[in-house]
Write a protein that binds this ligand. Sequence first.
Ligand code: ATP
Ligand code: MG
Length: 181
Amino acid sequence: MSDSEIEERINPNILITGTPGTGKTTLSRLVAESTDLAYINVGDLVKERGLHQGFDQEFQSYILDDDKVVDELEDALSKGGNIVDFHSCEVFPERWFDLVLVLRTDNTLLYDRLENRGYSQKKITENIDCEIFQVILEEAKESYPLEIVVELPSNSWQDMESNASRIREWVKNWKERKNGR
Ligand SMILES: Nc1ncnc2c1ncn2[C@@H]1O[C@H](COP(=O)(O)OP(=O)(O)OP(=O)(O)O)[C@@H](O)[C@H]1O
Ligand SMILES: [Mg+2]
């Protein structure tokens, strides 16, 4: 896609990413309810539409088919106006997003959330390590321009509320800047 096509987007695309359990789905839904952004849960789409190359028993997760994922989302993302929820971000083209948010949660809180979900010890450890080593934050910084990557704390409901209002404000400003109103 050329730069001129990107400029035609009149609504922004936001990616909400982070380690499993950091609150991506809760926050994305909250924002989608109070803006005109459409909510896309990529993990659900991968399962429902078979955008994978099978299930990895060892890691207990689907092996993503990157091309299928990008093809599936291309039309919606080219148009703009989406809030995309996924625990990884390197698969998506850089040109899709105007803002990339990486949710962060303290280890002990994240541990409890994952345990409450009934995750195996192996899966909990894997995800806690992912959070400690800032894997998703580094991935985001490598995949997108640094100025659009923002880390947001997601430890409490107060954080959730303030993140939602920050995003709503950002969307409003983006539209005003873009559309001159
Ligand atoms: N900021 C927060 N404060 C307190 N609890 C939270 C917060 N964010 C999420 N939670 C709780 O943590 C759990 C996980 O949240 P959620 O399902 O939104 O995470 P997720 O990032 O979408 O996870 P996954 O990647 O596995 O889909 C839920 O029970 C949710 O209520
Ligand atoms: Mg989720």
